[in-house]
Design a protein around this ligand. Sequence first.
Ligand code: NDP
Length: 263
Amino acid sequence: MIPGIESMENAFNIKGKNVIVTGGNRGIGKGIVIAMAQSGANIAILARDEATSKKTIEEIDSYGGKYRYYKCDVTDTKRAKAVVDEVVKEFGTIDVLVNNAGIARFFNVLDEDEDLRSWHDVINLNLNGYFTMSYLVGKVMKKQNYGRIINISSNSSRIVNLPQRMVSYNVSKAGIDRMTKCLAHEWAEYNIRVNAIAPGYTETELTFDKDQDKIEYWMSATPVGRFGKTIEIGALAVYLASPASEQMTGAVLTIDGGYSLAR
Ligand code: NDP
C-alpha cells in the first residue's frame, strides 16, 4: 500500500508517539507540549531550568502519557548526546523532535564589543543547537526508519522585522529554514520528514519582556489584531507530527496573523 492517509480517520492521531521538545518548559515550547500531550503523545522536555520544567510536567500529568524532564543545555553537545541516549532508553523510540529552544537579542551591531556575544550566543543556540539536536536524533530516526523533525523558525527568517534591530536572530531563522529544506531532502529516504513553523509575535516572555512601544507597534502591524497563542503553534505542530502531513517535507508554515503579508 502507498504510505499516507486514505481517510480522515486517525489522520491527526499522534497517540503514543514519543516526542522531544527542546525548551518545552515555557513559552511556545510549552504550548507545543500541552497540545501534543492533550493529543496523546509522550513527552520529553529538554531545558535548563528545573523548577519551570517540573511545573510543566505536573501540569500535563493528568493527560495520561509518559512525561519526563531532562536537564539539558542543548548547546552542550556532550550533554545533549547523553540525554538523547537516556530518552531512547526510557521511551524506546524518538518519533518526533521539536527544535524550539531559542533566544533573541536586540542590538546595534556597531555598538557591540569585539566579543560579539549578541551574534555568537544567538547563532550558537538557534542554529547550532537545532543542527546538533537534528544530528543526534537524526541518527536514532534513521535506525528506526521513521522520524518527524519540526523546527520552530520565525517570520523573521524572511523579513527585516521592525522596529528592533536583531540581525543575528533573523539570520539564525533564515538558516533554520534552509537547514529544514536541506535535511528534508537528504533524509526523505530514511522516512524522516523535516518541516518548520514560522510564528509571528506570540504571547511569551520572549515577546512580552520588551517595552510597551514595541508591543504596540507589533500589534498595530498584525492584520488579525492580536498576538498568537502558544497552543495555536502547538496545534500546527500536532499536524506536522501526524499522519495527515505525511506528504509534506521541507515546508516552512507561517502562522503570524498576517503580520508578514505587507512586508
Ligand atoms: P521563551 O523565552 O519564552 O522560551 C525560551 C525557551 O528556550 C525556554 O523554554 C528556555 O528554557 C529554552 N532555552 C533557552 N536556552 C536554552 C538552552 N541553551 N538549552 C535548552 N533550552 C534553552 O521563548 P519563546 O517561547 O517565545 O520562543 C521559543 C521559540 O519560538 C524560539 O525558537 C523563538 O525564536 C521562536 N519564536 C518566538 C516568537 C514569539 O513571538 N515569542 C515568534 C517567532 C518565533 P530554559 O531557560 O529553562 O533553558
